[in-house]
Design a protein around this ligand. Structure first.
Ligand SMILES: *Cc1c(COP(=O)(O)O)cnc(C)c1O
Length: 496
């Protein structure tokens, strides 16, 4: 079956999977979605004996139908290899009576690695298929995590360059060191004296600058983005939901066909949307629990059918979920409208102009497969502590948000189905918040000691990628003024 991709804002625009990956966004600003869902026979008896890479092949082949078997194999094997510290890539573990899907064994210790490690290969393969004979230049503004994960993914991938801008005073010391020690001759990290929004705005400006675009083209280069709305990030995320179910079957924790729930720590709505697609293609999933931190715009959306970003923005201890506009939600909205591009455009225009929109009562009725809940900061710490007391297992603040939501859900509904908590970051990425929650007497301002204390509490060793960053030499040191971003790009690319 051949699957084309259409835009949420104009369903007559049809492109192939590889074109959708190359384009990122559709020209009129819509997001690409599969025109119809692939029919995959999910045989969980067979799936439960397969490796992550084999499951990935089945899922990717069904969605990315213009890629050949060989191309997919090359992308999958290049992405999911020794870079991951666990050979199962996304292991499902049971601690006490809770299940966790650990998505943090990649190079940057967070779930972004699951998709950003394969995106560079999907992108370069898509470029070759579409006879785009140009080198791809990825421009990214980051507040810490995405930039590093994207660089780790693109490092030394032939025919690509990646340039990351970050606010000098807007990322943690560990995040900065992670970026500044990044290897790869094609990676460039630049700090600016402005904030994240300044970085983001100037990156967007460069993307839309026609003169710059032509200048690049005359040097056989083209900009692309590693944004979370890219189909090349969404589809690889569906894989681990299929794999999670297969692992539960393999461990005899569930019978084939038995429904389960997933609780997903949510920001941009990319991860949980992949779970939604997994359900749509036949993984036996009952409820999708959308877990937010104090920035709970999605909790209100699912409870009341009203999206309103006009509210205070909180900086929390789960920073990767500090988001007021969840860009991937547009895809769900399109389905809620009964596949109407017209209504989707109306709602998204209201969001752009007024910062809010309300669903019709028909649309609200379709929200039932999602349960939403959020955690205040103290509840995040309490959840970290509770899980540790129950099972000596240490979770990070993002995962704790999902654990809290799962507990609230079971208490509120008496649902007895098993719930898998999606673990999006290693606790070693947020040692301070975690030690504070479990054993405040072990807090210290010496970062390396803090990490060692955490390892002791977790009865584990410090992850290799944390040790690597400790010892690695600083390889980047460009620091500029915000106004110099474009000049810096031109100089890096040698296109003055
Ligand atoms: C990005 C991120 C999230 C949120 O995922 P979305 O796909 O944006 O909803 C949650 N936890 C961590 C650690 C992340 O990096």
């Amino acid at each position: 079956m051949d699957i084309k991709y259409i835009s949420t804002r104009d369903k007559n625009k049809k492109v192939t999977a590889s074109q959708a990956i190359l384009k990122g966004l559709s020209d009129e600003g819509g997001l690409f979605i599969p025109e119809k869902l692939p029919e995959i026979a999910l045989d969980f008896k067979a799936l439960s004996t397969m490796t992550y890479q084999e499951v990935a092949h089945i899922v990717l082949k069904a969605f990315l139908t213009d890629f050949s078997e060989e191309e997919l194999r090359y992308c999958i094997n290049s992405a999911y290899d020794k870079k991951f510290a666990n050979e199962n890539i996304a292991p499902l573990v049971k601690h006490g009576n809770r299940y966790f899907l650990e998505l943090f064994h990649g190079q940057t210790l967070a779930f972004k690695d699951m998709a950003l490690s394969i995106l560079p290969y999907l992108l370069t393969t898509a470029a070759a298929k579409n006879k785009m004979d140009k080198d791809i230049v990825i421009l990214t503004a980051t507040s810490g995590d995405t930039g590093k994960a994207a660089m780790a993914g693109f490092a030394d991938v032939p025919r690509t360059k990646i340039i990351v801008f970050y606010p000098k005073n807007g990322v943690s010391n560990f995040q900065e060191k992670q970026m500044l020690t990044q290897k790869g001759d094609n990676t460039y990290v630049v700090s600016i004296n402005g904030n994240f929004d300044d970085a983001q705005r100037n990156v967007k400006k460069m993307f839309n600058d026609l003169t710059l675009k032509n200048k690049l083209a005359s040097h056989d280069m083209a900009f692309s983005s590693a944004n979370s709305i890219n189909v090349g990030r969404l589809v690889p995320q569906i894989v681990y939901y299929v794999y999670a179910y297969a692992q539960l079957v393999a461990a005899k924790e569930i019978a084939i066909g038995e429904e389960i729930n997933f609780s997903v720590p949510t920001g941009n709505f990319g991860n949980i949307l992949a779970a939604y697609y997994a359900k749509e293609i036949g993984v036996p999933i009952s409820q999708l629990i959308c877990a937010s931190n104090k920035n709970n715009v999605l909790t209100d959306f699912f409870k009341e059918g009203f999206y309103d970003k006009n509210r205070p923005f909180f900086v929390t201890n789960s920073p990767s979920m500090d988001i007021l506009i969840s860009s991937n939600l547009e895809r769900l909205v399109y389905y809620l409208t009964g596949n109407s591009s017209k209504v989707t455009v109306e709602l998204m225009t209201a969001l752009e102009e007024k910062g809010k929109y309300e669903l019709s009562s028909d649309m609200k009725e379709k929200l039932g497969e999602f349960y939403a809940d959020y955690a205040e900061e103290e509840e995040v710490s309490a959840a970290i502590k509770q899980v540790y007391e129950d099972s000596s297992y240490v979770i990070d603040p993002h995962t704790a948000v999902a654990a809290k939501a799962a507990d609230t859900y079971h208490a509120a509904t008496e649902d007895t189905l098993k719930t898998v908590i999606v673990s999006t970051a290693s606790p070693f990425k947020f040692p301070e918040a975690v030690v504070q929650a479990i054993a405040p007497e072990k807090l210290t301002t010496v970062e390396d000691d803090l990490v060692d204390n955490l390892a002791e509490l977790a009865h584990s060793t410090v992850p290799q990628s944390v040790l690597d960053v400790r010892q690695a030499p600083i390889l980047h040191q460009t620091s500029i003024k915000t106004e110099e971003m474009q000049r810096t790009v031109e100089s890096i690319l040698n296109i003055h």
